[in-house]
Design a binder for this molecule. Structure first.
Ligand code: APR
Length: 238
């Protein structure tokens, strides 16, 4: 299908959902999780991104998240993020569901978004659940909860934890009612985000996948656009 047809397809659509993963932030210099130099190559997820790991060694977990914050704090949104924010402005019925916690979609101007795995720039009290903005880059300066003095944890969803129902419901209902879904920069293996394209497909949506590699989603994608998000996404509407 040539780009003119893709643009036509986008023009005809009226309910758009975009699902993104770490690949959309790769060109901003943020390592992905499972790519050739992915984060999980250097760390075992179980040792860092689980409630058990935090209970066992909160300093180690905070050290890893503050290290990631350091990388993210130097990162800028790339043309892929900007393109998604531009797409949002062209449709009334639009939702971005991102698995990323880096906050770059918001920085690029996306407003209609669900950060299903939370946000690295927030901390949550394990005692009273208060959520605070937290931009600390040095884990040794992470203080207690300002409300109750309890220990704070990164306000992100860890392996084995449920995604808050409000976020999940908005993502699933949008997938069930969209007529076009763009899936960009995700390996499509972590649930429940990995189910969204299958739900949309079943509901009759047209699925466009943007990735440098094929994924389990490629089998059901109506259109697989091989390439970097920063190169491919701006071409979808310009
Ligand atoms: N453009 C498009 N796709 C890219 C690019 C790029 N520039 N760079 C990498 N990719 C693709 C890779 O081919 C891969 O399919 O992005 C995907 C990144 O996959 P993962 O590293 O598995 O990231 P993601 O899919 O977001 O992981 C989901 O797993 O560890 C958890 O919570 C973490 O949110 C994360 C979730």
């Amino acid at each position: 299908m040539d780009t003119a047809e893709i643009k036509q397809r986008l023009k005809r659509a009226s309910h758009i959902v975009v699902v993104t993963g770490a690949g959309v932030s790769a060109e901003s210099g943020i390592p992905t999780f499972r790519g050739p130099d992915g984060l999980w190559k250097h760390y075992r997820a179980e040792e860092l991104a689980t409630p058990q790991a935090f209970a066992k060694n909160p300093e180690l977990v905070w050290e890893w998240y503050c290290w990631r914050r350091g990388i993210i704090s130097k990162a800028k949104p790339n043309p892929g993020h900007v393109a998604i924010a531009e797409l949002e402005s062209r449709y009334n019925d639009f939702l971005l569901v991102t698995q990323n916690v880096d906050g770059l979609h918001r920085k690029a101007g996306s407003n209609k978004l669900v950060e299903i795995h939370g946000c690295i720039w927030q901390a949550r009290c394990v005692k009273c659940n208060a959520i605070e903005q937290d931009n600390e880059l040095d884990y040794r300066n992470i203080g207690p909860c300002s409300r109750c003095g309890g220990r704070k944890r990164p306000n992100v969803v860890w392996f084995g934890e449920p995604i808050p129902p409000t976020r999940l419901n908005s993502a699933f209902s949008a997938a069930e009612s969209c007529d076009l879904m763009i899936v960009a920069g995700t390996s499509g293996i972590v649930q429940p985000a990995a189910s969204l394209p299958f739900i949309a497909k079943k509901a009759g949506a047209y699925i466009i996948e943007v990735n440098v590699d094929t994924t389990p989603i490629s089998a059901i994608a109506d259109l697989f656009l091989k390439g970097k998000c920063g190169d491919v996404l701006p071409g979808l509407y310009s």
